[in-house]
Write a protein that binds this ligand. Structure first.
Ligand code: NAP
Length: 309
């Protein structure tokens, strides 16, 4: 039986690991499918306090991980498929591996959302449809690409892709970006970026080799259709929380986000089980707020352990 298991190794999980390890809880971090979390797919993090020049997302989480290891946090790769949560006895089924722990911090983050249009899944991962410009952008040197979405992620992806692509078209369903003003300004003023306003994706079109050749857009103002030639399509339309294994034992909202107890940011109705980061935060979803929740969750886990003696 483990003392404390932390699920997820993004900002929330790693901060929880630093605090819990320093409190001698000897946490085991189960890293999940994306070690380091979503920040590892971000190029430059400009708003994490303490880095006036900005910091690479991968480097930031790597530093957090080393900091947690320094105080004795342990790491293993495992993805929770099912969970049974009860006070002081939490069972985690990770397929071939099973874990049991007294206390648990769920910091499983969120995964990219898909549009659900024809061609999207078929060409995702290697054939022109991607959800990570930092990972795949360099494949589109000298090519034309499209980014879907109007938030900060879409703006960031579009700007990053201008390093490689000859032209980046941002496709947004409304006439105003959701992105923060500074990011929105950079996008609309960038000479390589065009914005297709009031446009939704009808289909992603492939060539005879099954690779993206165009995207079919509908203008929602007059329902007109047009095919925009492109070789890459990047999805940046938000995320869905990774919470399925916990939905039977914990409260979730309509979108699947874990809902903490009223008056707390991290406590759940199962004593000793805490939530942190994007899996439980539909509002802020920032690296720094995730880290803050991870800190709170670890402090609560320490108090809970002390009260039990
Ligand atoms: P987001 O803010 O939720 O934006 C999602 C965008 O996708 C919105 O513009 C939305 O359109 C659009 N969208 C959603 N579903 C769609 C659909 N089915 N079809 C077409 N368009 C769709 O998500 P995000 O950009 O991933 O950002 C998430 C959070 O992380 C935000 O709080 C953001 O500030 C933060 N973030 C910050 C930074 C930074 O500070 N540098 C970078 C990345 C992310 P509508 O606008 O019409 O709803």
């Amino acid at each position: 039986m483990e003392n404390l298991i932390i699920l997820g190794s993004g900002c929330a999980g790693l901060t929880a690991a630093i605090y819990a390890a320093r409190a001698n809880l000897s946490p085991l971090v189960l890293e999940g499918v994306q070690p380091g979390g979503q920040l590892t797919t971000t190029s430059e993090v400009e708003n994490f306090p303490g880095f006036p020049e900005g910091v690479d997302g991968f480097e930031l989480t790597d530093r957090m991980r080393k900091q947690a290891e320094r105080f004795g946090a342990r790491f293993a790769f495992a993805e929770v498929k099912a969970a049974s949560l009860a006070e002081g006895a939490n069972l985690l089924d990770c397929g071939s591996e099973k874990y049991e722990c007294k206390s648990l911090v769920i910091a499983t983050g969120a995964s990219p959302r898909f549009l659900g249009v024809p061609g999207e899944r078929e060409m995702f991962g290697g054939n022109g449809v991607s959800s990570c410009a930092t990972c795949d952008g360099a494949f589109y040197r000298g090519k034309e690409v499209v980014v879907i979405g109007g938030g900060d992620s879409a703006a960031e992806e579009a700007l990053f892709l201008t390093r490689f692509a000859t032209k980046v078209t941002l496709v947004h369903r409304r006439g105003e970006l959701r992105a923060s003003p500074i990011m929105a300004k950079r996008v609309v003023e960038h000479p390589k970026v065009a914005v297709a306003w009031f446009s939704v994706v009808e289909a992603m079109l492939g060539d005879e080799k099954g690779k993206v050749r165009a995207i079919r857009l509908k203008d929602v103002r007059d329902n007109s259709l047009r095919d925009l030639p492109c070789q890459g399509i990047f999805l940046a339309i938000g995320h869905v929380p990774n919470t399925k294994p916990f939905a039977a034992n914990l409260d979730t909202d309509g979108e699947g986000y874990l809902v903490p107890l009223p008056g707390s940011h991290v406590k759940t109705k199962v004593p000793g089980v805490y939530v942190a980061g994007d899996c439980a935060d539909p509002h802020y979803r920032q690296a720094i707020t995730a880290a803050g929740m991870g800190c709170q969750a670890a402090i609560e886990a320490e108090r809970w352990a002390n009260e039990r003696g």
